[in-house]
Design a protein around this ligand. Structure first.
Ligand code: NDP
Length: 488
């Protein structure tokens, strides 16, 4: 016989689908390269379709820049650079304010396009990516006429033409992280979006036109890795800023060695999310879920190594598993979806290969049971326990919705295990003891440490890594320094 309690807990509280409308999205059939203030056909590039990873349907044809196109963009940028640098800083700021406001005006359209092109849940593109992209332009618009105060009252000059390469996990937001400080500091920029997610950068080019930004101040060159490699190696590039994998970062560093071209690298991570026994465990579980399943785990600072104090291990894992089973995986345009599509077939293969390695090495795998759409690229949220620090799933960046659990007994052991990584991008600490949080944060080799929260981003806060997670900081006043020359 079923008890009343069993009956109550067996009720399924399901949701009706709540799909966002795509009626207001007007994509062109084709997007050219954005050079000299206008869209143009490539001279030695080609057109390639960009697809929706949730449906595998093409969205638009995108021009990929060849080496000749890169040179043309550099020429246009060089012609625009002196005037932009000479513009009164307050006026430069006004352009950035205009761009920020236009992003806000087109926020709904940008969010839908970001979700269609990249597979992330609409809830995230609507509530995180697009508002934060606007916030970065607002923030750096404010800095444009106050640059000296960001660098201890020293004289500053722009660097010139900046080459910027961004990945596919936060396409518009990463473009904003790169473009806003570069332009505020008086530089002109050539941005290469990732090959799987070029659309919102191209809509940003339309916004630059609407804002009447002078031609050549921003160029958008969609393309593949070869376009990125050509941009990095092009003559007269005065600075390179890259966000992406450690292996490509290494290649760029080698290409620029001995050239005196300043470089900032924001690379991968294998960040530790540390739960102490005195933490509020329900709150910690929400933070763990946000830390690893936000954006399908396609996050450089994802809390992919979960370190739990042994005394609360079973309780945390039980609560986490219960919470994971309630995650809704599926149509990214549905406003109820928590976990959307994996960004590409290649990324899905990488995730599957690492998960298979985890099983082969002896870790215990649990994947939530859910119905996945027939078309598109999907991977259901997965939890690994019985993980040893040497397992590949504890060492390598999976960049997917997969969390590996390790345990510790003492604070010292937690610090040692958290730092036992070739990366050092971010970390999370869950404890009720403020003094402990500060002590542990001070001992962690990580660029960002969150206390009782995770994946919290703000344009005023610096972000960047240690060790193989890269160097240089983006965001806040610290984000100005890489885009300025300080003559004396
Ligand atoms: P990449 O590092 O290859 O891509 C990042 C950007 O660099 C993209 O615009 C890419 O273009 C471009 N690029 C690729 N090759 C070169 C090159 N030789 N020179 C200059 N630019 C280049 O990352 P992937 O997309 O291949 O992802 C692989 C792994 O990298 C992921 O599984 C994840 O572990 C990690 N990653 C980390 C990110 C982070 O935020 N730290 C972001 C993305 C990935 P294209 O898109 O055409 O390849």
């Amino acid at each position: 016989m079923t008890s009343t309690a069993d009956t109550r807990t067996s009720i399924v509280w399901d949701y009706s689908p709540a799909p966002e409308s795509v009626d207001h999205v007007r994509l062109r059939d084709r997007y050219g390269l954005f050079v000299d203030g206008d869209f143009r056909d490539p001279v030695d590039g080609r057109y390639v379709p960009t697809i929706n990873p949730a449906t595998e349907e093409p969205l638009a044809e995108i021009a990929f820049a060849g080496p000749g196109d890169v040179l043309a963009a550099v020429e246009s940028a060089r012609a625009a650079a002196p005037k932009w640098a000479a513009l009164a800083p307050l006026e430069r700021g006004k352009y950035l304010f205009r761009i920020a406001r236009l992003i806000q005006e087109r926020a709904r359209e940008l969010a839908v396009v970001e979700t269609m092109d990249g597979g992330k849940p609409l809830r995230e593109s609507r509530d995180v990516d697009i508002p934060l992209a606007a916030a970065h332009f607002f923030h750096y618009a404010g800095w444009a006429d106050k640059l000296r105060y960001g660098v201890a009252s020293r004289e500053v000059q722009p660097l010139g033409v900046v080459g910027q390469i961004v990945p596919w996990n936060f396409p518009l937001l990463m473009a904003a992280w790169k473009l806003a400080p570069a332009l505020a500091c008086g530089n002109v920029a050539i941005l290469k979006p990732a090959e799987t997610t070029p659309l919102t950068a191209l809509l940003l080019a339309e916004i630059a036109q609407e804002a009447e930004l002078p031609p050549g101040v921003i160029s958008i060159l969609a393309g593949d890795g070869a376009t990125g490699a050509a941009l990095v190696r092009a003559p007269h590039i005065d600075k390179v800023a890259f966000t992406g994998s450690t292996s490509v970062g290494r290649d760029i560093q080698a290409a620029l060695a001995g050239t005196n071209t300043p470089l900032t690298l924001e690379l991968g991570g294998k960040s530790a999310n540390i739960v102490f026994e005195d933490a509020s465990l329900d709150q910690a579980v929400e933070g763990i879920v946000n830390g690893i399943f936000f954006n399908q785990g396609h996050v450089c600072c994802a809390g992919s190594r979960l370190l739990i104090q042994e005394s609360v291990r079973d309780e945390v894992i039980t609560k986490l598993w219960q919470r994971m089973r309630r995650l809704r995986v599926g149509d990214p345009l549905d406003k109820n979806t928590d976990v959307g599509a994996i960004n590409s077939a290649e990324q899905l293969e990488r995730i599957e290969a690492l998960v298979a390695a985890g099983e082969a090495e002896g870790a215990s795998r649990r994947t939530i049971d859910c119905e996945l759409p027939e078309r598109g690229y999907w991977f259901a949220p997965t939890l690994f326990t019985d993980v040893s620090p040497a397992h590949r799933i504890a060492v390598e960046e999976i960049f997917g919705p997969v969390v590996s659990v390790l345990t510790f007994r003492t604070q010292a052991e937690a610090i040692e295990k958290a730092n036992n990584s070739r990366y050092g991008l971010a970390a999370g600490i869950w404890t009720d003891k403020g003094a402990k949080a500060f002590e542990v944060a001070g001992a962690l080799q990580a660029g960002v440490v969150w206390q009782n929260t995770y994946n919290h981003f703000d344009p005023t806060a610096a972000f960047g890594g240690y060790k193989e997670s890269g160097f240089g900081r983006e965001g806040g006043a610290a984000g100005l320094r890489p885009y300025l020359r300080i003559p004396r």
